[in-house]
Design a protein around this ligand. Structure first.
Ligand code: GLA
Length: 688
């Protein structure tokens, strides 16, 4: 890890062995850089008594990710109006939450908090009145430390006074952060003990006001395990640090919360953080999957986008009542993960009426057919199940298999119930399509096709329903311009529980650009004599073009890259300056921070790899790394331990015959601090 980070980003810096959030720079205008269900435990705590605070997860809005410190009275009031006019209020959203920076830098003469007079000229009480008049509630932000994360007065030493202020303003929700905590005042306590002490004090202070104030613990350091102590004192608590609107970060927060389901229940919820839906960093499919996942987690649904300008697609996601009903299910049992691989998850949530919500999550960047069964989901034995697709708003009938072809980076969310007696729903069917491409080397996870090659696509249609499917015909379509040889596959009858498969030779046209492509299989059929039905599925194929000439790695598109701190950077160091080792600067290079690994496709077209290796001059310290080079999974170069004082190493490696080049930096076994390692002037010699 770096010792410090670029300005105007959030920082989690290591200090005295403990994670401390510090604000680096003030530019915060933009968004800031996740067993069987049959055995699923009952939610912690007893069923919610009537009108319990937080009986179901809170729903509302928070300004932080869209506006940072640029919140104003006008923004908050316009947002409240939009919550009403957009239908969000009717869908259940009622909290309008102010985050950091609403305050004045000084307390008043009595030591009371006061609003920033420019941002909130009429004060917070007036905003609360405005919001309450629309049937909504107002949330506020403070910190247990001496200052908020953005440097405004914290509540330390003023806890009861601040709680009283909030109550007098009519505040309904308090998010209390974990920055600038004076640990030195608690020499005999661990950080976790300090957190328990300070948050318990805040909880008591809010209760002592006599006003019902929802208590949100924003202790963002997961090593202090707030889910083990906050349920007793708070209505929700963070399960992770701050995140952003990328698919990888959604998955990370989801994964982080996977083992924590038993901590949540009516009145007290795990909080994987404010929603990223509509912030612009993700596709509609990713935003839907994110919203599906948060609903499965019984997460607070706090929209983080600018509601005033949201697109129709964003609004449709945030107001999907069938998905919200999963989040708000009154049984309050958070979903558990039934199965998990790098590519696909199955999550199950037990609902109050005995139904199960089933999320089939495709984590990967190509379509996958994902399946489970009603039995594995914990449903009682039955001859048939109703499978409600909560995004398509359609219901199908299944004999027990719950499966779907799920597009890349997305999720299918079903509500499944046992059917007693017959139903008129169409059968649940699935088409699983795939393209058989050769492995880049024996055992490689890369299956790559070059332009001009012919490969085989297959599609399997399965009838998971309880009645026969008749007059099936299945076609395969390649990306535009690709030649698919074969007519359609047909079958007169596909009985329940049976499948029909077909294969199609498919030629990747010469000149196709590198990238991921999808083939689409499309099945049409009839059932019980009614109008035709259809199902489709996609299969992914990775096309790569071998490099030519003498390219620098930083000018090529990698197949995959992992880095220990932020992304691998091209032709610059972490601070935006040039790649430099021992005073020599390089126009071309890769900046990494251990542990890093970057894969490139060579396609048996290159003979040499050369580079200068050493720690980057921008952040010299006690870093130690080891550089390694692999060709087709075999290690062909190892630098030994490289430190700050190691002279620049020149590597000149034969890579003849290799399909995949992998360049690696490890932490040399001593942790990743200061491990900023460069591949300077990293160049290939290739044919053509
Ligand atoms: C921390 C919290 C965020 C936000 C900011 C405000 O980073 O985790 O949710 O409240 O502080 O400064």
């Amino acid at each position: 890890m770096l010792n410090r980070r670029r300005l105007s980003r959030w920082c989690c810096a290591v200090s005295g062995g403990a994670l401390v959030a510090v604000l680096c720079g003030a530019a915060l205008a933009g968004p800031v850089d996740a067993q069987a269900a049959a055995k699923q435990p009952a939610p912690a705590g007893s069923p919610a008594p009537a009108r319990q605070l937080g009986a179901t997860p809170p729903m509302g809005w928070n300004d932080w990710y869209a506006f940072g410190c640029n919140l104003t009275e006008q923004l908050v009031e316009q947002t409240a109006d939009t919550i009403v006019s957009s239908g969000m209020k009717a869908a259940g959203y009622d909290y309008v939450n102010l985050d950091d920076c609403w305050l004045s830098h000084e307390r008043d003469a009595q030591g009371d908090l006061q609003a920033d007079p420019t941002k909130f000229p009429h004060g917070i009480k007036a905003v609360a009145d405005y919001v309450h008049a629309r049937g909504l509630k107002l949330g506020i932000y403070e910190d247990v430390g001496t200052a908020t994360c953005a440097g405004y007065p914290g509540s330390f030493g003023h806890v009861q006074q601040d709680a009283n202020t909030f109550a007098s303003w009519g505040i309904d929700f308090a998010k209390i952060d974990w920055c600038n905590v004076p640990f030195d005042q608690f020499p005999n306590l661990t950080q976790k003990q300090v957190a328990i002490k300070l948050y318990t004090q805040y909880s008591k202070a809010l209760k002592a006001t006599g006003r019902q104030i929802f208590f949100s613990v924003c202790e963002w350091d997961p090593t202090l395990e707030p889910w083990t102590w906050a349920p007793a004192i708070a209505n929700m608590w963070r399960t992770n640090g701050d995140y952003g609107d990328t698919w990888a970060q959604i998955l990370a927060n989801l994964d982080q919360e996977a083992p924590l389901a038993s901590a949540a229940g009516p009145g007290h919820w795990n909080d994987p953080d404010i929603l990223q839906v509509g912030l612009g960093g993700m596709s509609t499919g990713e935003d839907r999957a994110h919203f599906s996942a948060w609903s499965m987690l019984a997460a607070p649904l706090l929209a983080g986008n600018d509601l005033r300008s949201m697109s129709a697609a964003t609004k449709a996601i945030l107001t999907n009542r069938e998905v919200i009903a999963i989040d708000q299910d009154r049984f309050g049992a958070e979903a558990t993960r039934l199965s998990h691989t790098n590519d696909a998850d199955v999550w199950i949530r037990t609902l109050a009426n005995g139904d199960r919500a089933v999320m089939l999550l495709n984590r990967s960047d190509s379509a996958r057919s994902i399946s489970t069964t009603a039995h594995a989901a914990g449903l009682p034995r039955s001859s048939a199940y109703a499978v409600r697709d909560l995004w398509a708003h359609e219901t199908f009938e299944s004999g027990g298999t719950i499966a779907s072809s799920v597009p890349a980076d997305s999720a299918v969310l079903y509500r499944v119930s046992a059917i007693h007696g017959g139903s008129a729903h169409p059968p649940l069917t699935d088409v699983a399509a795939s393209v058989k491409a050769p492995a880049a080397f024996p055992g490689s996870t890369y299956h790559i096709v070059k332009p001009g090659q012919t490969v085989t696509a297959t599609a399997v249609f399965r009838n998971d329903g309880t009645v026969p499917v008749r007059r099936l015909s299945m076609h395969l379509y390649g990306p535009s311009g690709w030649k698919v040889d074969h007519p359609s596959i047909t079958a007169a009858v596909v009985p329940p529980g049976r499948s029909v498969s077909g294969s199609w030779p498919i030629t990747v046209p010469a000149g196709t650009k590198a990238g991921s492509y999808e083939v689409n299989a499309f099945a049409r059929y009839r059932w019980s004599g009614t109008r035709p039905a259809a199902t489709s599925g996609q299969g992914g194929v990775l096309v790569e073009v071998p490099p030519t000439g003498s390219p620098y790695l930083s000018d090529l598109t990698w197949l995959a890259a992992t880095n220990g701190y932020g992304p691998v950077l091209l032709d610059e160091n972490y601070y935006g300056g040039p790649i430099a080792i021992h005073g020599v600067t390089y126009a071309k290079g890769l900046w990494t921070n251990a542990d890093a690994s970057i894969d490139y496709y060579l396609g048996d077209s290159c003979t040499r790899f050369t580079a200068d290796l050493g720690l980057d001059d921008s952040d010299r310290g006690t870093g130690t790394v080891v550089y390694q080079v692999f060709t087709d999974g075999t290690k062909v170069y190892d630098s030994g331990v490289v430190t700050n004082s190691t002279p620049t190493i020149h590597v000149d490696q034969n890579v003849s015959g290799a399909n995949i080049l992998q360049v690696v930096v490890t932490d040399a076994g001593d942790g990743v601090t200061y491990d900023n390692a460069d591949f300077a002037a990293p160049q290939l010699t290739c044919a053509g």
